[in-house]
Design a binder for this molecule. Structure first.
Ligand code: SF4
Length: 96
């Protein structure tokens, strides 16, 4: 056994140097990829205009009076009916 260890010693030293650095590199690469994905996703979510649209109700029952299915989703990016301004009041919010 001792003979075998001395026989491959010249190979174990570079391997024991490379493997930890390779693991550190892969961890760093994974962290970088995760941060990049989070930033890309965050940028994409901030492109959804519904929160500033006057047709957005703020009520989860009917999020938008024009496009209820696509409000607050990525489908709303570039919505042709986006209109900036104060949101319209819901029927129960109006004073009688
Ligand atoms: S009209 Fe378009 S931008 Fe405005 S709330 Fe509805 S889906 Fe969003």
């Amino acid at each position: 056994m001792q003979f075998l260890i001395h026989g491959v010693h010249w190979l174990l030293v570079p391997i024991s140097f490379v493997i930890p650095w390779l693991i550190l590199f892969l961890i760093g690469w994974s962290l970088w990829a995760a941060i990049r994905d989070i930033l890309d996703r965050s940028r994409q979510m901030h492109r959804i205009p519904c929160a500033d649209c006057r047709f957005f109700t703020g009520d989860y029952h009917l999020k938008c009076t024009v496009h209820p299915a696509s409000a607050l989703t990525e489908q709303a990016i570039g919505c042709p009916d986006f209109e900036s301004g104060k949101r319209l009041p819901l029927p129960q919010e109006t004073a009688y």
